[in-house]
Write a protein that binds this ligand. Structure first.
Ligand SMILES: Nc1nc2c(ncn2[C@@H]2O[C@H](COP(=O)(O)OP(=O)(O)OP(=O)(O)O)[C@@H](O)[C@H]2O)c(=O)[nH]1
Ligand SMILES: [Mg+2]
Length: 332
Protein backbone atom coordinates (compact mmCIF):
# COMPACT_ATOMS: atom_id res chain seq x y z
CA UNK A 1 0.00 0.00 0.00
CA UNK A 2 1.22 3.47 -0.87
CA UNK A 3 1.01 5.45 2.34
CA UNK A 4 2.00 8.77 0.80
CA UNK A 5 -0.70 8.46 -1.89
CA UNK A 6 -3.31 7.75 0.77
CA UNK A 7 -2.12 10.75 2.75
CA UNK A 8 -2.25 12.98 -0.33
CA UNK A 9 -5.83 11.93 -0.99
CA UNK A 10 -6.77 12.58 2.65
CA UNK A 11 -5.65 16.19 2.33
CA UNK A 12 -8.85 16.85 0.37
CA UNK A 13 -10.66 16.52 3.69
CA UNK A 14 -13.24 14.28 2.01
CA UNK A 15 -14.63 11.68 4.32
CA UNK A 16 -13.68 8.50 2.48
CA UNK A 17 -10.01 9.26 1.88
CA UNK A 18 -9.63 10.43 5.50
CA UNK A 19 -11.39 7.29 6.72
CA UNK A 20 -8.99 5.16 4.68
CA UNK A 21 -6.03 7.00 6.14
CA UNK A 22 -7.36 6.44 9.66
CA UNK A 23 -7.86 2.74 8.91
CA UNK A 24 -4.24 2.53 7.82
CA UNK A 25 -3.18 4.12 11.13
CA UNK A 26 -5.31 1.60 13.02
CA UNK A 27 -3.81 -1.32 11.12
CA UNK A 28 -1.28 -2.83 13.48
CA UNK A 29 0.03 -5.47 11.08
CA UNK A 30 3.75 -5.38 10.41
CA UNK A 31 3.04 -5.48 6.66
CA UNK A 32 1.55 -1.99 6.81
CA UNK A 33 4.24 -0.50 9.05
CA UNK A 34 6.14 1.29 6.30
CA UNK A 35 2.94 2.61 4.70
CA UNK A 36 1.97 4.11 8.05
CA UNK A 37 5.39 5.72 8.46
CA UNK A 38 5.29 7.08 4.88
CA UNK A 39 1.81 8.52 5.33
CA UNK A 40 2.70 10.22 8.59
CA UNK A 41 5.99 11.58 7.24
CA UNK A 42 4.19 13.00 4.20
CA UNK A 43 1.42 14.58 6.28
CA UNK A 44 3.72 16.12 8.85
CA UNK A 45 6.04 17.57 6.24
CA UNK A 46 3.14 18.95 4.22
CA UNK A 47 1.54 20.45 7.35
CA UNK A 48 4.85 21.99 8.39
CA UNK A 49 5.15 23.70 5.01
CA UNK A 50 1.65 25.14 5.35
CA UNK A 51 2.43 26.34 8.88
CA UNK A 52 -0.51 24.28 10.13
CA UNK A 53 -1.11 24.08 13.87
CA UNK A 54 -3.62 22.10 15.84
CA UNK A 55 -4.83 21.41 19.31
CA UNK A 56 -5.93 18.14 20.91
CA UNK A 57 -8.79 18.20 23.39
CA UNK A 58 -9.55 15.13 25.47
CA UNK A 59 -13.13 14.67 26.66
CA UNK A 60 -13.39 12.08 29.36
CA UNK A 61 -15.87 11.16 32.06
CA UNK A 62 -17.98 8.41 33.52
CA UNK A 63 -19.97 6.11 31.21
CA UNK A 64 -23.24 7.67 30.13
CA UNK A 65 -22.43 11.18 31.37
CA UNK A 66 -23.33 12.48 27.92
CA UNK A 67 -19.90 12.86 26.31
CA UNK A 68 -21.02 11.81 22.83
CA UNK A 69 -24.22 13.88 22.92
CA UNK A 70 -22.22 16.87 24.11
CA UNK A 71 -19.57 16.45 21.43
CA UNK A 72 -22.22 16.20 18.70
CA UNK A 73 -23.85 19.44 19.86
CA UNK A 74 -20.60 21.23 20.64
CA UNK A 75 -18.81 20.46 17.37
CA UNK A 76 -21.81 21.72 15.39
CA UNK A 77 -21.73 24.92 17.43
CA UNK A 78 -17.95 25.28 16.98
CA UNK A 79 -18.36 25.03 13.20
CA UNK A 80 -21.11 27.66 13.35
CA UNK A 81 -19.15 30.07 15.57
CA UNK A 82 -15.98 29.72 13.52
CA UNK A 83 -16.74 29.18 9.82
CA UNK A 84 -13.07 28.36 9.17
CA UNK A 85 -12.57 25.75 11.87
CA UNK A 86 -11.99 22.11 11.00
CA UNK A 87 -12.60 19.38 13.57
CA UNK A 88 -11.93 15.67 13.89
CA UNK A 89 -13.56 13.61 16.62
CA UNK A 90 -12.18 10.25 17.74
CA UNK A 91 -14.45 8.38 20.13
CA UNK A 92 -12.81 5.48 21.90
CA UNK A 93 -15.58 3.02 22.74
CA UNK A 94 -15.04 0.69 25.64
CA UNK A 95 -16.36 -2.17 23.56
CA UNK A 96 -16.13 -4.62 26.41
CA UNK A 97 -18.52 -2.58 28.52
CA UNK A 98 -21.25 -1.21 26.34
CA UNK A 99 -23.87 -2.84 24.21
CA UNK A 100 -23.81 -2.70 20.46
CA UNK A 101 -26.75 -0.32 20.72
CA UNK A 102 -24.66 2.26 22.51
CA UNK A 103 -21.92 1.88 19.91
CA UNK A 104 -24.39 2.47 17.16
CA UNK A 105 -25.83 5.42 19.07
CA UNK A 106 -22.41 7.03 19.19
CA UNK A 107 -22.11 6.71 15.46
CA UNK A 108 -25.51 8.03 14.54
CA UNK A 109 -25.36 11.02 16.87
CA UNK A 110 -22.35 12.30 14.99
CA UNK A 111 -23.69 11.66 11.49
CA UNK A 112 -23.00 14.52 9.12
CA UNK A 113 -23.33 15.01 5.40
CA UNK A 114 -20.75 13.43 3.15
CA UNK A 115 -19.92 16.84 1.70
CA UNK A 116 -18.99 18.23 5.10
CA UNK A 117 -15.21 18.37 4.94
CA UNK A 118 -14.79 20.44 8.10
CA UNK A 119 -15.90 17.65 10.42
CA UNK A 120 -14.62 14.10 10.59
CA UNK A 121 -15.82 11.49 13.06
CA UNK A 122 -14.40 8.10 13.92
CA UNK A 123 -15.48 5.61 16.52
CA UNK A 124 -12.72 3.28 17.64
CA UNK A 125 -13.07 0.14 19.69
CA UNK A 126 -10.97 0.04 22.81
CA UNK A 127 -9.64 -3.46 23.06
CA UNK A 128 -7.04 -2.83 25.69
CA UNK A 129 -7.39 -4.75 28.91
CA UNK A 130 -6.12 -1.71 30.75
CA UNK A 131 -9.28 0.17 29.88
CA UNK A 132 -7.36 3.10 28.46
CA UNK A 133 -6.97 4.33 24.94
CA UNK A 134 -7.05 1.88 22.10
CA UNK A 135 -3.44 1.10 21.13
CA UNK A 136 -3.65 2.77 17.70
CA UNK A 137 -5.34 5.92 19.04
CA UNK A 138 -2.02 7.70 19.30
CA UNK A 139 -1.17 7.24 15.61
CA UNK A 140 -4.69 8.09 14.48
CA UNK A 141 -4.69 11.31 16.49
CA UNK A 142 -1.20 12.18 15.33
CA UNK A 143 -2.28 11.83 11.70
CA UNK A 144 -5.47 13.83 12.25
CA UNK A 145 -3.62 16.74 13.84
CA UNK A 146 -1.96 17.35 10.47
CA UNK A 147 -5.36 17.70 8.76
CA UNK A 148 -7.64 19.43 11.29
CA UNK A 149 -7.46 22.45 13.59
CA UNK A 150 -9.07 20.61 16.49
CA UNK A 151 -8.84 16.93 17.33
CA UNK A 152 -11.33 15.94 20.03
CA UNK A 153 -10.85 12.57 21.70
CA UNK A 154 -13.69 11.01 23.68
CA UNK A 155 -12.69 8.38 26.22
CA UNK A 156 -14.45 6.79 29.14
CA UNK A 157 -12.77 7.81 32.34
CA UNK A 158 -12.00 4.77 34.39
CA UNK A 159 -8.75 5.37 36.20
CA UNK A 160 -5.94 4.49 33.84
CA UNK A 161 -7.44 6.22 30.83
CA UNK A 162 -7.42 9.58 32.60
CA UNK A 163 -3.67 9.46 32.88
CA UNK A 164 -3.43 8.23 29.29
CA UNK A 165 -5.55 11.02 27.87
CA UNK A 166 -3.39 13.53 29.69
CA UNK A 167 -0.43 12.28 27.67
CA UNK A 168 -2.29 12.49 24.40
CA UNK A 169 -4.34 15.67 24.76
CA UNK A 170 -3.20 19.24 25.23
CA UNK A 171 -6.32 19.96 27.28
CA UNK A 172 -8.60 17.57 29.16
CA UNK A 173 -12.29 18.16 29.90
CA UNK A 174 -14.03 15.93 32.42
CA UNK A 175 -17.76 15.42 31.89
CA UNK A 176 -19.89 14.49 34.88
CA UNK A 177 -23.62 14.21 35.38
CA UNK A 178 -25.57 15.08 38.52
CA UNK A 179 -26.64 12.43 40.92
CA UNK A 180 -24.13 9.92 39.65
CA UNK A 181 -22.12 10.06 42.85
CA UNK A 182 -19.27 10.95 40.51
CA UNK A 183 -17.79 13.62 42.73
CA UNK A 184 -17.01 11.37 45.69
CA UNK A 185 -15.35 8.73 43.53
CA UNK A 186 -13.34 11.35 41.72
CA UNK A 187 -11.80 12.67 44.90
CA UNK A 188 -11.03 9.18 46.11
CA UNK A 189 -9.22 8.29 42.94
CA UNK A 190 -7.45 11.62 42.79
CA UNK A 191 -8.89 12.00 39.34
CA UNK A 192 -10.19 15.49 39.99
CA UNK A 193 -6.58 16.63 39.84
CA UNK A 194 -6.07 15.74 36.19
CA UNK A 195 -8.63 17.67 34.10
CA UNK A 196 -8.10 21.25 32.96
CA UNK A 197 -11.83 21.95 32.88
CA UNK A 198 -15.05 20.33 34.05
CA UNK A 199 -18.47 19.98 32.50
CA UNK A 200 -21.53 19.10 34.50
CA UNK A 201 -23.94 17.84 31.88
CA UNK A 202 -27.66 17.04 32.13
CA UNK A 203 -28.32 20.44 33.69
CA UNK A 204 -31.96 19.80 32.78
CA UNK A 205 -32.16 17.10 35.47
CA UNK A 206 -32.47 17.66 39.24
CA UNK A 207 -29.32 18.03 41.23
CA UNK A 208 -27.25 19.85 38.64
CA UNK A 209 -26.55 22.93 40.74
CA UNK A 210 -25.90 20.80 43.82
CA UNK A 211 -23.37 18.86 41.75
CA UNK A 212 -21.81 22.15 40.70
CA UNK A 213 -21.23 23.24 44.31
CA UNK A 214 -20.05 19.77 45.31
CA UNK A 215 -17.48 19.84 42.55
CA UNK A 216 -16.37 23.35 43.46
CA UNK A 217 -15.90 22.16 47.05
CA UNK A 218 -13.99 19.09 45.90
CA UNK A 219 -11.72 21.28 43.79
CA UNK A 220 -10.88 23.49 46.78
CA UNK A 221 -9.86 20.40 48.71
CA UNK A 222 -8.00 18.58 45.95
CA UNK A 223 -6.27 21.45 44.18
CA UNK A 224 -6.39 24.63 46.29
CA UNK A 225 -3.59 26.17 44.21
CA UNK A 226 -5.72 26.60 41.09
CA UNK A 227 -9.31 25.80 42.14
CA UNK A 228 -10.54 29.32 41.40
CA UNK A 229 -9.10 29.26 37.89
CA UNK A 230 -10.56 25.90 36.83
CA UNK A 231 -13.58 26.27 34.56
CA UNK A 232 -16.72 24.39 35.56
CA UNK A 233 -19.40 24.57 32.86
CA UNK A 234 -23.02 23.57 33.26
CA UNK A 235 -24.54 22.11 30.10
CA UNK A 236 -27.53 20.24 28.79
CA UNK A 237 -26.84 18.46 25.53
CA UNK A 238 -30.56 17.73 25.41
CA UNK A 239 -31.81 21.31 25.79
CA UNK A 240 -28.77 23.09 24.41
CA UNK A 241 -27.92 24.99 27.59
CA UNK A 242 -24.30 26.05 27.87
CA UNK A 243 -23.35 24.59 24.49
CA UNK A 244 -22.27 27.93 23.06
CA UNK A 245 -20.07 28.57 26.10
CA UNK A 246 -18.50 25.11 25.83
CA UNK A 247 -17.97 25.50 22.08
CA UNK A 248 -16.34 28.90 22.63
CA UNK A 249 -14.13 27.52 25.41
CA UNK A 250 -12.93 24.79 23.05
CA UNK A 251 -12.37 27.23 20.19
CA UNK A 252 -10.26 29.36 22.51
CA UNK A 253 -7.69 26.55 22.77
CA UNK A 254 -6.66 27.58 19.27
CA UNK A 255 -4.31 30.01 21.01
CA UNK A 256 -2.35 27.05 22.35
CA UNK A 257 -2.23 25.22 19.02
CA UNK A 258 0.94 23.28 18.29
CA UNK A 259 2.96 22.48 15.16
CA UNK A 260 2.17 19.16 13.41
CA UNK A 261 4.85 16.94 14.90
CA UNK A 262 4.40 17.95 18.53
CA UNK A 263 3.05 14.49 19.29
CA UNK A 264 6.39 13.01 18.26
CA UNK A 265 7.84 13.66 21.70
CA UNK A 266 5.10 11.51 23.21
CA UNK A 267 5.90 8.58 20.93
CA UNK A 268 8.09 6.85 23.50
CA UNK A 269 5.27 6.72 26.02
CA UNK A 270 2.79 5.27 23.52
CA UNK A 271 5.38 2.90 22.11
CA UNK A 272 5.92 1.49 25.60
CA UNK A 273 2.12 1.23 25.95
CA UNK A 274 1.96 -0.68 22.70
CA UNK A 275 4.73 -3.04 23.82
CA UNK A 276 2.88 -3.74 27.07
CA UNK A 277 -0.41 -4.24 25.27
CA UNK A 278 1.00 -6.48 22.58
CA UNK A 279 3.63 -8.40 24.50
CA UNK A 280 2.73 -8.00 28.16
CA UNK A 281 5.25 -8.11 30.95
CA UNK A 282 7.72 -10.08 28.87
CA UNK A 283 7.72 -7.33 26.27
CA UNK A 284 8.31 -4.69 28.92
CA UNK A 285 11.29 -6.70 30.18
CA UNK A 286 12.82 -6.78 26.73
CA UNK A 287 12.16 -3.09 26.11
CA UNK A 288 13.34 -1.85 29.47
CA UNK A 289 17.10 -2.36 29.13
CA UNK A 290 17.03 -0.50 25.81
CA UNK A 291 14.09 1.87 25.49
CA UNK A 292 15.72 3.68 22.58
CA UNK A 293 15.92 0.46 20.59
CA UNK A 294 19.69 0.97 20.38
CA UNK A 295 19.01 4.05 18.29
CA UNK A 296 17.97 1.87 15.37
CA UNK A 297 14.30 2.71 15.14
CA UNK A 298 13.02 5.84 16.74
CA UNK A 299 9.29 5.52 17.36
CA UNK A 300 9.05 9.32 17.19
CA UNK A 301 9.90 9.34 13.48
CA UNK A 302 9.24 5.73 12.46
CA UNK A 303 6.66 4.28 14.80
CA UNK A 304 5.71 1.51 12.37
CA UNK A 305 9.31 0.48 11.71
CA UNK A 306 9.98 0.48 15.44
CA UNK A 307 6.98 -1.81 15.97
CA UNK A 308 8.15 -4.13 13.22
CA UNK A 309 11.69 -4.22 14.63
CA UNK A 310 10.44 -4.88 18.12
CA UNK A 311 8.15 -7.64 16.90
CA UNK A 312 11.08 -9.38 15.19
CA UNK A 313 13.24 -9.00 18.30
CA UNK A 314 10.46 -10.36 20.47
CA UNK A 315 9.96 -13.37 18.22
CA UNK A 316 13.67 -14.13 18.40
CA UNK A 317 13.61 -13.60 22.16
CA UNK A 318 10.75 -16.05 22.59
CA UNK A 319 12.33 -18.61 20.23
CA UNK A 320 15.58 -18.30 22.16
CA UNK A 321 13.80 -18.77 25.47
CA UNK A 322 12.19 -21.93 24.13
CA UNK A 323 15.44 -23.43 22.92
CA UNK A 324 17.03 -22.62 26.25
CA UNK A 325 19.61 -20.17 24.97
CA UNK A 326 18.05 -17.34 26.90
CA UNK A 327 17.23 -15.34 23.82
CA UNK A 328 18.11 -11.80 23.00
CA UNK A 329 17.71 -8.90 25.34
CA UNK A 330 18.21 -6.06 22.90
CA UNK A 331 15.81 -5.58 20.03
CA UNK A 332 17.45 -5.27 16.65
N1 LIG B 1 -31.48 14.52 30.42
C1 LIG B 1 -30.37 14.53 29.69
N2 LIG B 1 -29.93 13.41 29.15
C2 LIG B 1 -28.80 13.45 28.40
C3 LIG B 1 -28.08 14.65 28.21
N3 LIG B 1 -27.00 14.38 27.45
C4 LIG B 1 -27.05 13.06 27.18
N4 LIG B 1 -28.12 12.49 27.75
C5 LIG B 1 -28.54 11.08 27.67
O1 LIG B 1 -27.62 10.29 28.42
C6 LIG B 1 -27.40 9.03 27.78
C7 LIG B 1 -25.93 8.81 27.51
O2 LIG B 1 -25.48 9.78 26.57
P1 LIG B 1 -24.15 9.62 25.73
O3 LIG B 1 -23.97 10.86 24.98
O4 LIG B 1 -24.14 8.33 24.98
O5 LIG B 1 -23.11 9.51 26.92
P2 LIG B 1 -21.58 9.06 26.85
O6 LIG B 1 -20.92 9.70 28.00
O7 LIG B 1 -21.00 9.33 25.51
O8 LIG B 1 -21.71 7.52 27.08
P3 LIG B 1 -20.59 6.38 26.84
O9 LIG B 1 -19.80 6.77 25.63
O10 LIG B 1 -21.37 5.13 26.65
O11 LIG B 1 -19.78 6.37 28.09
C8 LIG B 1 -28.25 9.05 26.50
O12 LIG B 1 -29.45 8.39 26.77
C9 LIG B 1 -28.47 10.53 26.27
O13 LIG B 1 -29.67 10.77 25.58
C10 LIG B 1 -28.59 15.84 28.81
O14 LIG B 1 -28.05 16.95 28.69
N5 LIG B 1 -29.74 15.72 29.54
MG1 LIG C 1 -19.98 8.06 24.15
Amino acid sequence: MDGAALARAARSGKRHPVARLVSLMEDTRAASASARDDALAYLEEEARQRGHRSTIIGVTGTPGAGKSSLLAATTREMLRLDPEATIAVVAVDPSSQVTKGALLGDRTRMRTSVEETRLFFRSQASVTALGGLAPPTYLVVRALTTLYDYVLVETVGIGQSEADIKYLADTVYLVMSPGGGDDVQMIKAGIVEIPDAFVINKADTPGASAAYYQLRGALWLARPFDADRVAVLLTSARRGDGITELAQAMLDHRNEAQPPDHLAERAKHFFAEWVRDEWGRQGAQVLEPDPTMAGRCDPATNFGAAQAAFTRAMQRHLAGAESGSGGEQIPR
